[in-house]
Structure formats: C-alpha cells, structure tokens
Design a protein around this ligand. Structure first.
Ligand code: PEP
Ligand code: MN
Length: 375
C-alpha cells in the first residue's frame, strides 16, 4: 500500500512522527518513507510493506495527515500503474521536463573520443535548438582490449563544453557506483554547467548492487536500459530496485533484444512495447534506434531503417529518443557503423517531428472515438 501524506505535513513535525508510529503499529507492517520530487512539489510517500491485506484503505485514509492511500498490486509497486492510479511519473530535471506526454531527443556521441568531435557535435545540436545529448565516458565493451572510454578524465571538459553550448542534460552510462560520485564531483568542480541523467546499460540491468546504489542517490535521474536477454517483467523489476531505494525519476529505454530472429538488425527491435510500458508503468519511455538497428542500411524509399524504427516508436507514443551521431564515423572508437552523420541531424529531427505529429493526431482520434461512443 502507498500512503501519500498531506504536503503541508512538515518532515520534522510531531504530527508526522505520530502518523508514522501509527502506521508501523499495525501488526506485521513495515514503513519506508520516500520523498518524491514531482514537477510541482515535494511529496512524501510511505510504502507499507508486509501483510497489508489486513488493512483497509478506509482505516489508513482516516489517519490524520494522510492525503490518499493506494492499494498496489504485488508487481512494480512504485513504478507500476495500479487500479484507480492515474498519477504518472513526471519530473523536471535541470529545466527539462520528462513524462509520458513529452518527447525529448538525446542525439550525441556513443562515446566521447576527441575534444574536436565533441565540439562539432555540441555545436550542431545548439544550431538545431537541442538541449539534451548523449556522451559515453565509461563504456562497457565486449572485448577487454577495446577502447573502454576516457572515464573521469574527460568529464570536466565535456561538462564545460556542454554548458557552453546550452546543453542541459547529458545521458551518460555508469558501470560502477564510483562513476556516479566522479560525475557529481566533476559537475561540482566545474560549477554545474550542465546536468546528467545516469544511464544503466543493458548489460548491467541485473547488477543489483549497482541498481541499489544508483537508486539511493537523489542527485541524478536515471535512464535504465531494458535487458537484452531477459523478460520485460525482469527488466521492470530492475527498475523497481531503483525506485525502492528511493529514486523514482526513472526513464525506461527499449534498445532491442539479442536474438538472430532480428537479423539483419543488430538486435530485434522491440518498440512495439512502447504502449505496453506506458500501460504497465508510470515511467517515461525511451527508444534507442541506434543500438537496436546497428547499421545505416536503408530501404528503397531512401529512409534509413534506423529512422523508420524511430518513427514507429514515436508514432506509438515514445517519450525520449537516444541516438548515435558522429562527425567522422570511420574514426569513431565505438559503434561508428551505426552513427548518423552530422548533415543528417536536421533530417532526423524533422522526421521525429512528423512522427510526433502523427502520434498526437492518433491520440486525438482515439479520444474522439471514445467520446463518440459515450454520447
Ligand atoms: C549505449 O547506449 O552506449 C549502450 C552501450 O547501450 P546498451 O546498454 O543498450 O547496449
Ligand atoms: Mn554504443
């Protein structure tokens, strides 16, 4: 059961202490307090764990200081949608809004390599009015002999350049909890010129200790990539690890599944799950067409497969796109063959806008159909 406290109840007030005492006085019930930073205000939610079946919503709602109580199903307690639960997870981070109704594009380098490439990328984004990007500093690689990313050494100059080009959020993968501290320190020493959404990659989705430590920090929102070889249910439980530790500012990213059934794409594109995620969970949904398709192949209509699948995901309601670009793909140290070229950025963004318009029209059509049925 989730108990939402009245916003006026101060954290250090005796009324709140009394309420928590009353909640934990129910036999077999443990209470975990979470501060949820919503778009408008700070909410306090108390998760009651244990034998909550014996409690009625009415008796909990009747306690002084309780605004609402919601009975949650066993699955995806925090990030899931529950019966009579219409709240979605919307949050604002460094001036950018994320939710199930918004759309943000994170075009950028798969991996930070040279300062020159980073600068070309950021300049192009600024020219196109973009405020988000992707830049990998810590790269999990299949081979131990492959480039592993520049790590913390590149963070200060990447952050400074990003800030100078008006970037507000950088999606950046972390593979160890120390990376989160390194990012935090580099942002502090450079005076917070930009912000970071920490990314947990597909290979680490069941690294439970990493999930727990990233979930415990409140400084950064989290981009969690679906596991490429596990069920959707298992990936969503990984997201719950983050939220149950206290951070529910989680964006869930589809990036394709590893199976040769998807050949010739690098992964089997799974963007048909965009509406499934929006139905099952309250998280904004991201798509990563680059790691899904993995090549620059195009169909006879001249449209790259990567752009076709992006449009499919957006037309189905995706809220964020993570996409690789590179100024000189043959020189890229990671994933050059799937990178879009700088002169394709405008085309890509225009195509995204068309697909978004299509989604909004489809949403309006569904609403007018539903309204027609009622009348
Ligand atoms: C990436 O986005 O750079 C990446 C490594 O993705 P994934 O974890 O989906 O393979
Ligand atoms: Mn990559």
């Amino acid at each position: 059961m989730i108990v939402i406290l009245e916003p006026s109840l101060a954290a250090d007030s005796p009324e709140r202490t009394q309420l928590l005492d009353q909640l934990t006085a129910f036999p077999g019930i443990e209470a975990r307090v979470h501060e949820v930073r919503g778009a408008e205000q700070l909410l306090t939610e108390v998760y009651l764990i244990g034998n909550t079946a014996r409690l009625t919503l009415e008796e909990v709602k009747a306690l002084p200081g309780v605004e609402r109580a919601i009975r949650v199903s066993e699955e995806y307690r925090i990030l899931g949608r529950h019966k009579d639960e219409h709240r979605v997870i919307g949050f604002e981070y460094n001036g950018v809004s994320f939710g199930q109704e918004s759309l943000n594009v994170f075009a950028g380098l798969c991996a930070v390599d040279t300062r020159e490439h980073v600068e070309i990328m950021l300049k192009a984004l600024k020219e196109q009015g973009q405020t988000c990007t992707r830049m990998g500093a810590y790269k999990p690689r299949t081979s131990p002999y492959a480039f592993q990313g520049h790590g913390k050494e590149c963070l200060p100059w990447v952050f400074e350049l990003a800030g100078r080009h008006g970037i507000r959020v950088i999606a950046m993968e972390v593979t160890h909890e120390s990376h989160v501290d390194e990012i935090s320190e580099a942002l502090a020493t450079t005076g917070h010129p930009t912000g970071v959404m920490v990314q947990i990659g597909t290979r680490n989705i069941q690294n439970f200790e990493l999930l727990k430590s990233v979930g415990r920090q409140q400084e950064f929102p989290i981009l969690l990539k679906r596991g490429f070889g596990i069920t959707l249910n298992e990936s969503l439980n990984a997201a719950e690890y983050l939220a149950s530790e206290g951070n529910s500012r989680v964006v869930f990213c589809l990036r394709g599944m590893k199976t040769n059934m998807g050949d010739p794409h690098r992964n089997f594109v799974d963007f048909s799950h965009v509406p499934v995620l929006r139905r099952l969970t309250r998280m904004p949904v991201c798509i990563d067409p680059s790691h899904s398709v993995g090549s620059r192949e195009r169909s006879p209509d001249g449209i790259l497969d990567l752009m076709h699948v992006t449009a499919q995901g957006i037309a189905a309601g995706a809220n964020m796109v993570l996409v690789d670009f590179h100024p000189s793909p043959t020189k890229a140290l990671v994933d050059g063959p799937q990178a879009l070229h700088m002169d394709e950025l405008r085309w890509f963004l225009d195509d995204v806008a068309l697909a978004r318009e299509c989604y909004l029209k489809r949403q309006a059509l569904a609403r007018s159909h539903a309204a027609g049925r009622k009348s």
